[in-house]
Design a protein around this ligand. Structure first.
Ligand code: AFP
Length: 337
């Protein structure tokens, strides 16, 4: 059988009534922008794109040249097509309305243009994460508050991982599907349809250097995992940590596992390390559509009511039964407290 290209997959989804023409166009445009970012990332030092941009983002983090470039590529690609009412990016202080000289659509696009950018200079996988919401009825100039919708309202979400191969992983609420970039043809080809995350796992991903800063339930949970076969869980666990959320989540979609970024003493006043709107919600949507779970440790991620565009949250995602174990520790701790 002939391989299915992303365009065909989306057109068929439109014919089946799962997405409309505007959402199809939006997803095709994002995929095209990801191809441009993949080219820039792939050039590395030869493209003169490595290193710091010399600027900082709204969260006070130093921006890499590729952070800035990827943001520009996504903005430029999405502004003029007529499918969006507005955009928001991890790299921009506020929501960006579509300029008046372009037609406006009904969707809002949020993205982290280059997640894991601290890994760029060492040639480790990075990625783009995106989320699509509907613009509230009657709003023509969307501002920050119009983006503050719970993750359950997402109509699509995805990420593109720039690794040994470039892969786009996408969900519009009908399962999670992965496409690999055929560099010669320049098109994304469906390589894994209806991804399912195993419910059980023996692999966890966490930045262990933060251990001493974690809250009590987190300490107890990791102690249990580290105790292995002779501990209460009765099995050995392995650990992996790329420090690019996209790459860590991609591994979990491939062979299961649990990814955790809990709140700790260093980030407690911010609410966590990872961003709700650009990282946690889109990944939660993708993971749930693949039969996994995503939680704050104290509730389903997709049901969190956002209060700010750049809000941060604790994240536990991946194999369903392991996310439930992390939640159990938080529940038991809170009940005792
Ligand atoms: P950057 O995009 O700023 O490099 O952050 C990446 C990230 O948001 C996420 O992809 C990683 O899981 C996490 O941060 C790693 O952060 P630490 O190195 O601080 O643990």
């Amino acid at each position: 059988m002939k391989p299915t290209a992303l365009s065909r997959h989306l057109i068929e989804a439109q014919h089946q009534g799962h997405i409309n023409a505007d959402l199809r166009l939006l997803l095709e445009v994002v995929a095209r922008a990801c191809k441009s970012i993949a080219t820039a990332v792939g050039k590395g030092a030869l493209g003169g794109v490595l290193g710091d941009a010399g600027t900082g983002n709204v969260q006070g983090e130093a921006q890499k040249k590729l952070d800035v470039l990827s943001n520009e590529i996504l903005l430029e690609a999405n502004e003029w097509g007529g499918h969006l009412a507005g955009l928001a990016s991890e790299e921009m202080d506020h929501a960006h309305a579509i300029p008046n000289n372009y037609p406006r659509g009904n969707y809002l696009l949020l993205f982290d243009p280059l997640d894991g950018s601290s890994n760029i200079d060492v040639n480790v996988s990075v990625g783009t994460i995106f989320s699509v919401l509907r613009c509230p009825d009657g709003v023509t100039e969307p501002r920050d508050e119009h983006f503050l919708q719970p993750g359950t309202e997402q109509v699509a979400a995805g990420y593109c991982v720039y690794g040994p191969s470039t892969m786009l992983v996408l969900s519009f609420g009908r399962g999670t599907h992965a496409f690999t970039l055929d560099r010669e043809q320049g098109s994304f080809i469906l390589t894994r349809a209806d991804i399912r995350i195993p419910e059980e796992t023996q692999e966890f991903a966490i930045n262990m250097s933060n251990q001493r800063h974690w809250e009590a339930p987190m300490q107890a949970y990791i102690d249990e995992l580290l105790a292995g076969k002779t501990g209460p869980r009765g099995k050995d666990f392995n650990m992996r940590w790329v420090a690019s959320m996209v790459a860590d989540v991609h591994r979990i979609l491939t062979r299961g596992g649990v990814f955790m970024y809990p709140v700790d003493a260093k980030c407690r006043d911010k609410g966590g390390r990872l961003r709700l709107m650009y990282e946690a919600n889109p990944m939660a949507f993708i993971v749930e559509q693949a039969g996994g779970a995503c939680s704050t440790g104290r509730g389903r991620m997709l049901e969190v009511t956002p209060e700010a565009l750049h809000q941060r949250v604790p994240v536990f995602l991946g194999s369903k039964n392991e996310v439930a174990q992390a939640e159990r520790h938080h529940r038991e701790h809170d009940a005792r407290a």
